[in-house]
Design a protein around this ligand. Structure first.
Ligand SMILES: [Zn+2]
Length: 424
């Protein structure tokens, strides 16, 4: 072999070596990319609200995302845009690439793939107004709120203003400091006509998704019972009172507590009713009770509030210290009145069909889910899921129907008493 030929072979070996080396260096990354398949952008839903449009992007798992706006390009005649880039994702095969919204705020929403592994969702806007992009978990979804020209996007939590200590998901920090960085500073003023009346009611089935609520001795989950009863209550209220009813959730999904009242505030609802089942360490405990938001007046009320809030009694004490400020907007008198009607109707109607109905009365407590609601709001603990007898009742269809009927009747009584409802 000549010297030249020898050099050539050495060079080739070096080349091969460097290729192998770079493969070795890259391998872990290639492996990772394969191990974690791309998130699927599966759905695109939108709602047109007074003054703003909400678009929800359903994504199959949690993944990073970023968003930005682009001003109108007069040269090419393209209007202002907002786009969201979803990392490590791809469009599901059946997702439409263009969705026409045309509601005066959002013209259309387009999805595309600017580079492999990134899904870009582009919002063609009528004007560059305020916007907010945030996500919700379980299932993961990215929410895009876009305001019309000069319109403020509603805040998630109208009471959010103070700085706060760190805390758990639905804890104090979430209530006080949950506004994401992109949250606008302006607060939307109510655009309702101000006439008193009962037109829209938000019914909130407690818990859901990763949060089962209390679990009965025979495995009944509170979240399931709450949802079944809420659907019945919606039916009865719509049929018998002719009001519009919005459920905070109509399936088994997780919703942070502050998101529930935010739904009611955004909808400018006239009432907010949260449905729950009670629980106690003492399996013998049973009965029906209805709560409205206030400082806890008893140890039991504090215990129930702590459980429903997912916090300790100590944390509840910290919350109570700041509660006075946050309650400024709450309708305590009306809430107390509504709670009284519901409690009365539930006990009376259930007593006609069941023995051992125990009236635990109307109570008050610092419930997160009622915090920040600007309309009369109550939380109903229909029965104890921790009591085997009442656990069986809670999954009984007739019991669910009778309870929902009683609550609907109570809402009617409340409306008639306060002259909010024409007597029919
Ligand atoms: Zn509950």
């Amino acid at each position: 072999m000549s010297a030249n030929r020898k050099n050539e072979v050495v060079m080739q070996k070096l080349k091969l070596f460097s290729v192998l080396l770079s493969l070795l260096v890259l391998m872990p990354f290639l492996g990772l990319a394969e191990a974690r398949s791309l998130a699927q952008v599966e759905g695109l839903r939108f709602w047109t609200n007074p003054g703003y449009t909400r678009v929800v992007l359903d994504v199959s798992r949690e993944t990073d995302y970023r968003f930005a706006t682009l001003p109108a390009d007069t040269k090419s005649g393209v209007g202002p845009r907002l786009y969201v880039d979803i990392s490590s994702s791809e469009r599901a095969a059946d997702l439409n690439s263009v969705v026409n919204v045309r509601d005066g705020v959002v013209k259309k929403v387009r999805t595309g793939t600017p580079q492999p592994g990134t899904t870009r969702v582009v919002f063609d806007l009528a004007a560059l107004g305020e916007h907010k992009v945030f996500h919700l978990s379980d299932p993961f979804r990215i929410v895009v709120d876009v305001g019309g020209s000069g319109q403020a996007v509603p805040r998630d939590n109208p009471t959010a203003s103070a700085s706060s200590p760190a805390g758990k998901d639905d804890g104090i920090a979430a209530v006080l400091g949950s506004a994401p960085e992109s949250a606008p500073l302006r607060v939307r003023l109510p655009s309702g006509d101000g006439r008193p009346g009962l037109r829209r009611i938000v019914v909130d089935p407690g818990h859901g998704g990763k949060d089962p609520g209390a679990v009965g001795p025979n495995g009944v989950l509170e979240k399931d019972v709450n949802l079944a009863m809420a659907k019945l209550l919606k039916q009865y209220l719509e049929k018998e009172l002719g009001v519009e009813v919005i459920l905070t959730r109509d399936r088994d999904i997780y919703l942070p507590l502050q998101e529930r009242t935010a739904i009611a505030n955004r909808a400018e609802a006239d009432l907010f009713i949260s449905l729950h089942a009670n629980a106690s360490n003492d399996r013998r405990a049973y009965g029906t009770e209805t709560y409205f938001l206030n400082l806890a007046r008893s140890e039991q009320a504090a215990a129930v509030a702590a459980r429903e809030n997912g916090m300790t009694l100590k944390e509840l004490g910290d919350l109570e210290a700041i509660l006075f400020d946050l309650m400024a907007n709450s309708k305590i008198n009306e809430s107390s009145r509504l709670a009284t009607e519901i409690q009365k109707a539930l006990v009376a109607d259930l007593s006609r069909n069941y023995s051992n109905v125990r009236d635990l009365g109307v109570r008050q407590g610092p419930f997160f889910v009622l915090l920040g609601a600007t309309m009369p709001s109550v939380l109903v603990e229909v029965a104890f899921i921790s009591n085997p007898r009442e656990e069986a009742l809670l999954i009984d269809r007739r019991f669910q129907e009778r309870s929902a009927q009683a609550i609907a009747r109570a809402v009617r009584n409340y409306g008639v008493a306060l002259n909010l409802l024409a007597q029919r």
